[in-house]
Design a protein around this ligand. Structure first.
Ligand code: URA
Length: 444
């Protein structure tokens, strides 16, 4: 069938067959389907949705656009191969940069296929691209060698691994087609399955800083991904998270790498980041069979964080993928810095009472830290740091955040946008509630 016929059927609300979906995705790989056709298809899916069998077919077709890693001859005990992913959130993707080395320090092997920034949320691959020499699209052999050397490695889709996601992702980023259960399921599950793990833990966010606006939408996405995982024979744990508040204190590429290294080395640890990192890692440890319950797994993870082994594994991952061998010791020496870095004062004194987190994510895109065109190069140095959390005091001595911009004019525009996105109140509101609000476990 011609690509335009398949798009037309989805546009008109039809349920596509697995063969039609496979045909369309195959065409993306061969170049017979254009970027414009991918945009039209993703908008049709965004508007009309997909049934569960269609989502499964999309995930499998996207996985099969490349190869699946075969770990059998690598010497790694395959039951220890567990993946992590985030369904997307403002400030949330850096959790992968923390969890992968921490899980590795606890004995898990964590091969991780992640993504770039997507619309108003950042992406692990842009963060890692800010490290000079780090190869985020290596050969599968180099990826396997890095996982063996460091216990975990984070890369993006490559010409061998989930290549269809690479193309679809770049189009969704700039066509307002991200917030779709079907498309997120296909994107995430194709990458998770291509890396050949034995289980996976995925955080599924909802709220103003996530793609899913409500907890019910997040639950639908979590159920959708866990059904695909179970259908592929894999156990999964989905953790539903509350992303109405900024995760951590920074967004941006280099700026979030600094936050990551500060966390791993103990220089600064945000409480919600710590909660999410330790819980996700503990779930991975239990799935790998290295602890019998979450509490034991959590205390193992906490001790590996404290004794510096997670930071050492991060350093090993960076070196194994081509980055500097002393990166953890001197991150600021290697990372790009923006031209104009200044604190932003809130309009008046008071307490942070709430925030439109999506708007803060869009501010990063406007600063040049996100894409307006597929494949566009972004500025890896810009970002926001030292962001105050809900309940924190702001005023003349307590800036709202620090903006890292290319120049003063861009800083001014971003500062006005961030101020407008944050509500300030005279009375102190309670700090945000727990970041993890529910858990869905499914075994095949
Ligand atoms: N992460 C991905 O890899 N894909 C999505 O669509 C959303 C988050």
């Amino acid at each position: 069938m011609l690509p335009q016929e398949i798009i037309r059927r989805k546009r008109d609300g039809a349920v596509l067959s697995a063969a039609e979906i496979a045909d369309f995705v195959r065409g993306i790989g061969t170049g017979e389907v254009s970027e414009g056709q991918i945009g039209a298809f993703t908008m049709a899916v965004y508007l009309n949705g997909m049934t569960t069998p269609e989502r499964v077919a999309l995930s499998l077709a996207m996985r099969d656009s490349g190869t699946v890693i075969d770990w059998s001859a690598t010497g790694i005990d395959e039951k220890l191969l567990i993946e992590k992913h985030s369904s997307g959130g403002v400030g949330d993707e850096k959790i992968t940069l923390l969890v992968v080395p921490l899980a590795a320090a606890c004995g898990v092997f964590a091969p991780n296929l992640s993504g770039w920034g997507l619309d108003y949320c950042g992406g692990e691959i842009d963060m890692l691209d800010s490290i000079p020499g780090y190869d985020t699209a290596p050969s599968s052999e180099t990826f396997v060698a890095a996982v063996k050397a460091a216990g975990g490695a984070i890369i993006g889709p490559t010409p061998d691994l989930a290549p269809a996601d690479r193309k679809i992702f770049k189009v969704r980023d700039v066509t307002a087609t991200v917030e779709s259960v079907a498309l997120i399921t296909g994107s995430i599950m194709s990458k998770k399955l291509a890396a050949g793990p034995r289980g996976m833990v995925i955080t599924v966010g909802s709220g103003s800083g996530a793609y899913m606006a409500t907890v019910d939408d997040a639950r639908e996405l979590a159920e959708s991904m866990s059904e695909v995982a179970a259908g592929a024979g894999l156990p999964s744990v989905m953790l539903l998270t509350d992303l109405n508040a900024f995760v951590g204190t920074a967004i941006g590429a280099a700026t979030e790498v600094i936050e990551t290294v500060d966390f791993l080395t103990g220089r600064h640890r945000d409480a919600r980041v710590a909660e999410l990192t330790l819980t996700v890692t503990a779930e991975m440890i239990v799935l790998a069979g290295l602890a019998s319950d979450i509490e034991a797994a959590r205390s193992l993870a906490a001790s590996r964080l404290e004794d510096g082994s997670a930071a050492a594994h991060f350093g090993r991952m960076v070196a194994a993928l081509g980055g500097p061998s002393d990166f953890v010791e001197r991150p600021a020496h290697y990372l790009p810095a923006a031209g104009f870095i200044r604190p932003v004062l809130a309009d008046g004194e008071g307490f942070v009472a709430g925030m439109n987190t999506k708007e803060i994510g869009l501010t990063l895109v406007a600063l040049g830290g996100g894409r307006k065109l597929p494949e566009e190069a972004i500025d890896l140095s810009v970002g926001v740091t030292d962001f105050r959390q809900i309940g924190d005091a702001v005023g003349a001595d307590h800036p709202l955040c620090v903006i890292h911009a290319r120049d003063e004019a861009e800083w001014e525009r971003a500062a006005a946008r961030v101020r407008a996105a944050v509500q300030i109140s005279d009375t102190q509101p309670p700090a945000p509630g727990p970041i993890i609000i529910d858990r869905i476990e499914r075994r095949p």
